[in-house]
Design a binder for this molecule. Structure first.
Ligand code: PEP
Length: 253
């Protein structure tokens, strides 16, 4: 954890969830509301079809709702796309950009990710900007080089500690049950902190850096205790309220 920053536990539902899943969001809200004090911010990023209904369920609670992606433009002839302004209108306060599944499935480059982050800011929301190396890149000893290049290309110059969150997600750890060693997580988060601080000064010192990749109730506390890990981005384990709340308990455990 970084001294003085409020950690954030963020879920990413990916392409999962229908109206029937809103009960899980209600259960997360109830679980958060039962706590006297919350040492973290809490966010669920859900499919665009659910943002408005999820935001209504979470309206009186400590839970924020986010989107999983957006188009870089505000409006126009982009059939099937959704703008940051539309997600803001539906009740989102954060949007994930540059998730590795978008980079891989949709060929999103660092420049595209940077344009999307700027779109998130144009709409007045916070961007969760994802970076992370593949297994081959790690084995070739290039993890820091790859992540450094992604940060340089994906994080726009107007970044601040309040308009952005960085998520380090090694591609090979997402949805696989594989997790880097605590030493490797710590080394990469320290590298990201140094990179952000040298480019952005005090804003880079304070920007939250989340770890993502197979975080579960059983490993959350030890991961969140690593220096410069300011919370997590949680995929599969965010789909069930009980698991997500147990992961939240890993902050300050
Ligand atoms: C993710 O989708 O960002 C993620 C980290 O997934 P999982 O927790 O399932 O590995």
């Amino acid at each position: 954890m970084t001294p003085g920053v409020t950690p954030i536990v963020a879920g990413n539902w990916k392409m999962n969830g229908t109206a029937a899943s809103l009960d899980e969001i209600g259960d997360v809200c109830a679980g958060l509301d039962a706590e006297d004090t919350l040492p973290h911010e809490t966010l669920l990023c859900v499919p665009a079809t659910l943002v408005e209904r999820a935001a209504a369920v979470a309206a009186e609670s400590a839970l924020s709702i986010g989107g999983e992606d957006c188009h870089a433009k505000e409006s126009g002839a982009h059939t099937g796309d959704i703008s940051a302004e539309m997600l803001a209108d539906a009740g989102a306060s954060f949007i994930i950009v540059g998730h590795s599944e978008r980079r891989t499935d949709h060929g999103e480059t660092d420049a595209v990710v940077a344009a999307k982050a700027e779109a998130v800011w144009r709409a007045g929301l916070t961007a969760i900007i994802c970076v992370g190396e593949t297994r081959e890149e790690r084995e070739a000893g290039k993890a820091e080089e790859v992540v450094g290049a992604q940060l340089a290309g994906s994080v726009p110059a107007a970044m601040t500690a309040t308009n952005a969150v960085i998520a380090y997600e090694p591609v090979w750890a997402i949805g696989t049950g594989l997790v880097p060693s605590n030493d490797d997580i710590g080394a990469m988060h320290t590298f990201i902190r140094k990179t952000m601080s040298s480019r952005f000064g005090a804003e880079g010192e304070a920007v939250r850096i989340l770890y993502g990749g197979s975080v579960k109730p059983g490993n959350a506390a030890e991961i969140f205790a690593i220096a410069n890990v300011d919370g997590g981005l949680i995929g599969g384990a965010s789909l069930k309220a009980a698991d997500f709340l147990a992961i939240c308990d890993g902050i300050n455990a």
